[in-house]
Design a protein around this ligand. Sequence first.
Ligand code: SF4
Length: 463
Amino acid sequence: MLDLPVIQDRDSAPAATGIEHTGAGRKLYVETYGCQMNLNDSEIVQAIMNEEGYAHTTTPDDADVILLNTCAIRDNAERRIRERLKHLRYYKKRKSSLVVGILGCMAERLRQRLLDQEQLVDLVVGPDEYRRVPALVADAAGGGKGIAVQLSRVETYDDIVPLRTEGISAWVSVMRGCDKFCTFCVVPWTRGRERSRALTSVVEEAGRLWDDGFKELTLLGQNVNSYKDEASAADFPDLLAACAAAVPGMRIRYTTSHPYDMSDKLIETMAAYDNICKYIHLPVQSGSDRILGLMNRKYSVEHYLERMAKIKELMPGCALSTDIITGFPTETEEDHRMTMELMAQVRYDGAFMFKYSPRERTRAWKMGDDVPDEIKTRRLNEVIAQQQEIAAEINQQAIGSTEVALVEGPSKRNPAEWQGRSDTNKVVIFPHNEQSDYVVGDTIRVRIERSTSATLFGEVVAA
Ligand code: SF4
């Protein structure tokens, strides 16, 4: 029996702060951990605080308020935050009026315990209560401790324009929460039930982003393809098509999908629009039906492979990536071999690969953690080694071809080179000098001359 988290309906308007512009003359510093949803949530929190008069600062040195937007997906994500809090003690010592707050999934998962365990922390706010941050910060500035961790069935922050500071790529959350209840995952507990924004508000936001100079947008959701606009009954393929048609010059991406909802309609919609990028991230987690059953993933290996075949049939050349967990409770060498086999059969362009990390409150937590850590690690290393080999082979095949890259700016490694991203979400590196006639945000053609498992290198060719 699932002990579901307590959920209150909160269709009321945001809690009135009652105090005018509590942030006037004060500076806010936000640090974001975890997934793209958190990146977008931090932009939403900054918009809410900006409305209250807070200015944004990019360093904790001159901050009056420090907010950490956290992840709880694995144990080490939370350990990182605890370490970070130790460093922030220095700022609190320097400025006793400094307010420190924890947002996001770790706040929602630990709740009051976080306030009890971390003295430095003044407020704990879950992903559905960000409208209350200004009031809680004002209370904390007065010496109070605040907590707001109720989950909502309706909150989507639909009316808030995220405060995006810079760039050519924007994240746009189109739905929140997840109803899948995979047994290893905390998201349904930290993000609540699925609810979607209105299709019209997402399409309007896409139009605004294009007008503001953004060239690419990524539609976000924990389980984005179970999007459903209650008012218009539009589903995710409808939303994708509406965005692609509304801003034909803009690249459209989306993440994260669930194989259960990867419909023919979605694949056909992607194939029908040139500006919907030909890249799909479809987490499989394991290649063993027995383990998929224990994970409550709701699909079989056969179903998954059939979806992969459909994607390759309608969009040859579409890039694919996935998530893999090694060492799930009771995983045998045979289960592991089946995972390796599936990955060798699909041949992913990329993958996010992790050892199983038991999470309290999840159903898998009750299954115990019986795979020894050294075996988890050995299996993980085997998965990573095979995946890198496959990715290197796939990228090698791109040598001699021409990729269309969206220019992002200087490469992280070599100032004489710039980088961009291909339609298939590959990093492309190319030379840059005074004579270069392209700028950030341009799409350019690059003839690929060299490759690694993660990157393509080439020369810019005329349009
Ligand atoms: S679909 Fe994704 S977010 Fe939802 S429970 Fe499963 S793993 Fe977690």
